[in-house]
Design a protein around this ligand. Structure first.
Ligand SMILES: [Zn+2]
Length: 392
């Protein structure tokens, strides 16, 4: 009846890396997999056809943004955000917790004019960046909105911790997250009786603190969530910090639940560190954002390595007359048909096509890397594959 299941098919012998299937009522995700972010029901510059051609299996929508615009009633009128945007595959939504908490902890908006007025145990009171209206996001409300948005995988409301939070505030956010998750779980149980089954992931917080992370993981396992999501700024941009944060719980991750890393950064290096520690899916907005600014991924065969973060800055003058593709081993539409010189020209001239071609390449690159990682795990040589990428 649930329409949701997870099965590990291959496990790496030397690490926690694994290949598995996440079955949803909208299709199967072969993990480990990348989920591009459709912030406002659109992966910027890419159509659903583009996403499929880039080997995309699953897309993540942002509850906070979709709630403010076009709004819950419009999205629900169209049968959820996937059908609204014309995407037929599996989907995930986040809870909105990241957006409201980070606006609060950094004291400024993620969007111009956005502001969190107050966070209490009841919920987060925030001001819309669109019209200044006040909204209270509670765990119950987040689940109800995510129910209306209809994703296959939804998230409990949490209060993520920024690395710079004082220890008093971090403790407060941590304790509040446990209470919010419990309320999210109860509301999910109540609402999930009707309509399509949605899997609810509990979120593991706790920064780099092993004790807190373990407490959080134990709570998620005990409560009975359908999956585990790992959050917090600690799994952001720096692969070494990501590794430290994931090391606090990697040993305790069970084999029967899928694990999602929220906002996993760090490019290929961060991905290898996360996959080695048992991550099955992850989302990241940076991959498409970087593409639009001209930071494009390259393979080891193109001299991609740790030092250059596996990427080139295509806007640099040296590429103005370069007749080669972005990558000589990439099979994406952009690399098969266009030169570095042309992409350089488009992006430095403000041509809209440049945004699309660059985004196609970066999304394809990460999905292709995930496919190669899955093959390596299946063939038992994940460690060699990882060393080949991360040598030097
Ligand atoms: Zn390419």
């Amino acid at each position: 009846m649930s329409g949701f299941s997870f099965k590990v098919l291959f496990s790496d012998k030397k690490s926690k890396a694994r290949v598995g299937y996440i079955n949803t009522s909208h299709g199967k995700i072969e993990a480990p997999a990348f989920s591009p972010v459709a912030t406002r029901a659109s992966v910027r510059a890419l159509s659903p056809d583009d996403l499929l051609a880039c080997k995309t299996q699953v897309v993540l929508g942002n509850t906070y943004h979709l709630f403010l615009k076009p709004g819950t009633s419009v999205v629900s009128e169209f049968g959820g955000f996937a059908s609204f945007m014309g995407w037929n595959g599996p989907t995930i939504t986040d809870s909105g917790g990241y957006q409201v908490s980070f606006m609060w902890s950094k004291g400024k908006g993620v969007e111009e004019g956005a502001r969190v007025v107050k966070i209490t145990d009841e919920g987060a009171l925030f001001k819309s960046y669109i019209d200044g209206a006040l909204h209270l996001l509670t765990p119950e409300k987040s689940i109800a909105i995510q129910k209306a948005f209809g994703a296959d995988i939804i998230m409990a409301l949490d209060q993520p911790q920024a690395n710079n939070l004082s220890s008093r505030k971090a403790k407060e956010a941590f304790e509040r997250t446990l209470r919010w998750e419990e309320r999210s779980f109860l509301e999910w149980k109540r609402l999930n009786q009707k309509g399509n089954f949605q899997a609810l992931y509990g979120i593991v917080q706790g920064g780099l603190d092993k004790k807190l992370r373990k407490k959080s993981l134990d709570f998620v396992l005990k409560t009975g969530f359908s999956g585990i999501a790992i959050g917090g700024e600690a799994i952001g941009a720096d692969p070494k910090i990501t590794a430290l944060a994931l090391d606090t719980i990697a040993e305790g991750l069970p084999n029967n639940l899928p694990v999602h890393a929220l906002g996993l950064g760090g490019g290929p290096e961060g991905i290898f560190e996360a996959v080695s520690r048992g991550i099955d899916t992850f989302d990241n907005t940076g991959i498409t954002r970087m593409a639009r600014t001209g930071l494009l991924f390259i393979y080891p065969e193109d001299e991609g390595k740790r030092e250059n973060k596996f990427r080139i800055d295509i806007k640099k003058k040296i590429f103005a007359g370069d007749k080669s593709p972005i990558s000589k081993v990439c099979g994406c539409y952009t690399c098969v048909n266009f030169t570095r010189a042309y992409i350089h020209h488009l992006l430095t001239s403000g041509e809209v096509l440049g945004l699309r071609l660059a985004s196609i390449h970066n999304v394809y690159f990460i999905n292709d890397l995930m496919e190669r990682i899955r093959e390596a795990i299946k063939e038992g040589d994940f460690e060699d594959f990882k060393s080949f990428w991360l040598q030097n």
